[in-house]
Design a protein around this ligand. Structure first.
Ligand code: CA2
Length: 151
């Protein structure tokens, strides 16, 4: 069994499903966790699924992923647009990093068009609501298998 895929969620995503459904949908974060687990298990993987409103906590989990994960899926939420520290932590990883967004930040306010996380990401999935996470799990599993394949 490969190491787990870490799925890390940033600030305010614990409110998913209860506010701004026109932007983020009605799916809760617990629903998203169930979707991620199902997709991962179908692909022979497991997930460690976490959310924090605190930048340092997210950074600690990224550092933990250096040893503990085969890939990271991260929805950095607002910290994607602001956190050089989170970028610095992600840049220490040698495993695939999939940046994931429910909405399509590129189609929203100008300040959402830049994310620091993208500078470290292997790829980005955005705009498909909760399905973005399922696509991100598929990408993480595929990229991790590619990284492990003999040359
Ligand atoms: O589309 C995404 O997934 C975002 O990462 C969500 C962030 C936003 O800052 C990014 O630009 C795009 C916001 C997360 C806040 O989540 C909420 C969920 C429900 C109600 C209120 C906020």
């Amino acid at each position: 069994m490969p190491k787990p895929i870490y799925v890390l969620n940033g600030p305010n995503l614990n409110l998913l499903g209860s506010r701004e459904p026109h932007i983020y949908g009605t799916t809760t974060l617990e629903d998203v966790r169930v979707l991620c687990e199902a997709r991962a298990v179908a692909l022979g993987h497991t997930v460690v699924f976490r959310q924090s409103n605190h930048e340092g906590q997210l950074i600690d989990w990224v550092q933990e992923a250096r040893q503990g994960a085969c890939a990271v899926v991260i929805n950095p939420a607002g910290y994607g647009h602001t956190s050089v520290a989170l970028l610095d932590a992600l840049k220490t990883l040698t495993i695939p990093i999939i940046e994931c967004h429910l909405s399509n930040p590129a189609a929203r306010e100008a300040f959402r068009r830049h994310t620091y996380v993208s500078l470290a990401a292997t790829g980005v999935v955005s705009g498909f609501g909760a399905h973005s996470y399922e696509l991100a799990i598929e990408a993480a599993a595929g990229q991790s298998a590619k990284a492990d394949a003999p040359a």
